[in-house]
Design a protein around this ligand. Sequence first.
Ligand code: IPE
Ligand code: IPE
Ligand code: MG
Length: 243
Amino acid sequence: MALAPKTDLPRHVAIIMDGNGRWARKRFLPREAGHVAGVNAVRDVVRAASDLGLQNLTLFAFSSENWKRPKTEVGALMGLFRAYFRSDLDELEQRGVRVRIIGSRERVATDIGRMIEDAEKRTVANTGLNLTFAFDYGGQEEIANAARELARAAKEGRLDPETITPELFATRLFTSALPEPDLVIRTSGEYRLSNFLLWQSAYAELAFVDTLWPDFGREQFIASLENFARRERRFGAVSDAVA
Ligand code: IPE
Ligand code: IPE
Ligand code: MG
């Protein structure tokens, strides 16, 4: 594989998979066909991440705002999510991938809820790639939920508000088991986060690429990782060269 020793790899890469609809429109196909092609890109990138020995990959698959889309499109996306787990969970298991799904479980269909629990349970002991799907996920909702939980604990006398720190707050987020993303990639040439991992991306490197998600694959993924390896992260301090 072309890349770089493991030490240069980010610990956590998160991807906003965008551009399925435009990919389809360019081909005079319905938007759903773009989502079907998008699943193949998911497969490609997950395999690449697993082959490279990446520790954490998080994919934004459905936002809490995506419910605003036409019923037929939402239905197609739900169907593809189901089909993906049906067809790919065996391979993920063989690769030692641990699957997690972050987001609200309240609005998704009961069978999807069960499927999520099953996938998480089946892969819980796996020690390879941590693969997380953000599904019915919204960053502001996640932060509000964490705040509500802490407020409730304080009200009931189980928590002293003075002890609330960023570290404690982060333990109440869906991502409490994961390190913060080092690199957030968004495809399709849009320059926004669309409510994705708002708290967690405080110091993430951002990469906006023009490729539409269905055209993104192993090669583009590795190119993004190589670009990341050339960046200098300062976290508010001065760089070694200056200090
Ligand atoms: C991303 O592609 C997939 C989801 C949001 C589920 P889009 O469907 O947003 O594609 P564009 O942005 O319309 O091209
Ligand atoms: C963000 O893409 C959500 C996912 C990739 C799942 P959208 O296409 O929904 O974002 P906006 O509406 O263009 O900001
Ligand atoms: Mg979009």
